[in-house]
Design a protein around this ligand. Structure first.
Ligand SMILES: Cc1cn([C@H]2C[C@H](O)[C@@H](COP(=O)(O)OP(=O)(O)OP(=O)(O)O)O2)c(=O)[nH]c1=O
Length: 210
């Protein structure tokens, strides 16, 4: 009996997530839930998991046989959570807050398949150089940070703001590949053309007779 390879549905509008999943050689469809991201949760790791689960749940309900993946990235500095800046002025304020210190990026990835759901969270510590006002204003005006949690993109010009990363880089840009690859393999989806079961528990709903 060969386990069936489920269709993969990515419940995310993030171009970074599309690109990273494509790079793994996974064929997938995009369906976005448009879930509202408000939550009273203040713990960043729990918030990232909760929002990823919320983003994926409604899409999973519409795609019961597929493996549905959703993600959420949360940037935390001290006790504050930095969402996507509203405008360049708020983006500059975020950068001043991050300048010369270490903050945490958490991405929750949720997987839904055969009626079961599961979320895992990755953490990366990111240290910013001390930024002067000219570079803060320049970066904020570039607009690059506006659609990104924390107000910067480590994959773009924002790379120049960072002096150190502790943890997985792909997690910072919104899709921790170690977690994603583990989830794909656990559900029998080939990564780079290879099916390699991670040994995670499989439910009857995930297998069909060959
Ligand atoms: C810190 C950081 C965040 N980001 C991005 C990743 C996410 O797309 C975004 C965080 O917002 P999210 O709410 O996690 O995701 P999204 O709104 O872009 O997409 P969707 O809800 O449809 O899945 O910030 C970067 O691209 N680079 C970075 O360095």
């Amino acid at each position: 009996m060969t386990p069936a390879v489920p269709e993969v549905v990515l419940a995310s509008g993030s171009p970074r997530r599309h690109e990273l999943l494509t790079q793994l050689g996974v064929a997938f469809r995009v369906q976005v839930s448009g879930e509202d991201e408000d939550s009273p949760e203040t713990d960043p790791a729990r918030l990232a998991a909760e929002l990823a689960l919320r983003k994926g749940r409604s899409v999973a309900a519409l795609n019961r046989t597929a493996l549905v993946l959703a993600a959420d990235t949360v940037v935390a500095v001290d006790d504050a959570l930095l969402a996507k800046p509203r405008d360049a002025a708020e983006n500059a304020a975020f950068l001043r807050r991050l300048s010369g210190r270490t903050h945490q990026v958490f991405t929750g990835v949720a997987a839904f398949h055969g009626g079961a759901e599961h979320a895992a969270v990755a953490r990366t510590d990111v240290t910013f150089r001390v930024l002067n006002e000219t570079e803060t204003a320049f970066y904020a005006r570039s607009g690059e940070g506006l659609d990104k949690a924390g107000g910067y993109g480590a994959q773009g010009l924002g790379m120049a703001l960072i002096s150190r990363l502790d943890g997985e880089y792909s997690n910072v840009v919104g899709f921790p590949l170690s977690v994603v690859i583990g989830l794909l393999r656990a559900h029998g989806v080939p990564v780079w053309g290879t099916v390699e079961h991670a040994g995670a528990p499989r439910t009857g709903a995930e297998t069909t007779p060959a």
